[in-house]
Design a binder for this molecule. Structure first.
Ligand SMILES: Nc1ccn([C@@H]2O[C@H](COP(=O)(O)OP(=O)(O)OP(=O)(O)O)[C@@H](O)[C@H]2O)c(=O)n1
Ligand SMILES: C[C@](O)(CO)[C@H](O)COP(=O)(O)O
Length: 237
């Protein structure tokens, strides 16, 4: 069983506050985005990779990341949009243009800014998507989460029911395209891909992932990511 993966990497990295887009910052001598792409390049379960980038960074990324590191599964570099959801939509349109829009095809979406996903989870993730249509990687919440309104707590959801959504998130193409079309028609903007299916009543499964699959967002995440990368390397030595 194989999948096509969209890698949204067209954000501005504002919270990182670096001089270059955060995905080109180096982690153990390689750009963050190169680490992310490598996870999928080396996975037998992945057939095609579609990185989605700011339009004015496509040439730079092609030279400095894709060609330099020899990523052979990259089929096309796609220009992104204003919001993450706009970027993912452009990825779906690219799949249509490349005739990769068969209803049962498995499409994964994985943030370019998550270079520490454990690809050993891919076979199980793909099997669940093939059987149930949709599944995301997530971890049980460790903290007590409060609902707050105007500076006052208005609720404490039961922690054992709370999970933190990560990526990859994966769907059968037809379900994903249907959820996207419906979200677009309603002007709905979600903060992850699964929420588009949830809003039209589709079932999305959860596969427990790894707390190490952080999204590199703020400067301290670089320090944490470096330490986590060392941890993975020691484990596999
Ligand atoms: N218009 C956008 C916004 C985000 N992303 C991507 O979605 C992922 C998750 O977003 P986040 O980590 O929040 O990245 P940024 O949007 O770049 O960060 P910030 O909000 O700090 O600017 C990242 O890989 C980012 O590049 C994207 O493809 N297109
Ligand atoms: C998709 C995601 O990574 C799941 O945690 C997250 O929702 C992305 O959110 P962001 O605001 O674009 O960082």
């Amino acid at each position: 069983m194989q999948a096509t993966v969209l890698i949204p990497a067209a954000g501005m990295g504002r919270r990182m506050g670096a001089k270059v887009n955060k995905q080109y910052l180096e982690l153990a001598g390689k750009p963050i985005l190169a680490h992310t792409l490598e996870l999928f390049e080396q996975s037998a379960q992945i057939e095609h990779i579609y990185p989605i980038l700011p339009a004015d960074e496509i040439d730079y990324c092609r030279e400095q990341v894709i060609e330099k590191h020899g990523f052979s599964k990259v089929r096309k570099l796609v220009p992104g949009g204003a919001e993450r959801q706009d970027s993912v939509r452009n990825g779906l349109l690219a799949l249509q243009q490349d005739s990769l829009d068969q209803p049962e095809r498995i499409i994964l979406v994985h943030d370019g800014a998550r270079p520490l996903f454990n690809p050993q989870l891919l076979p199980e993730l793909l099997a669940i998507i093939a059987e149930q249509g949709a599944c995301i990687i997530a971890t049980p919440a460790k903290d007590t989460i409060k609902e707050v309104d105007a500076g006052l707590i208005c609720g404490t959801p039961e922690r054992k029911r709370l999970w933190q959504a990560q990526t990859p998130q994966g769907f059968r193409y037809q379900l994903f395209a249907e959820a996207f079309a419906s979200a677009d028609a309603a002007g709905f903007l979600g903060t992850d891909d699964a929420s588009l299916l949830e809003r039209i009543g589709k079932t999305v499964a959860i596969l427990a992932g790894d707390y190490r699959n952080i999204k590199v967002t703020t400067p301290e995440d670089l320090v944490i990511a470096t330490a986590l990368l060392d941890m993975y390397r020691e484990e596999s030595a």
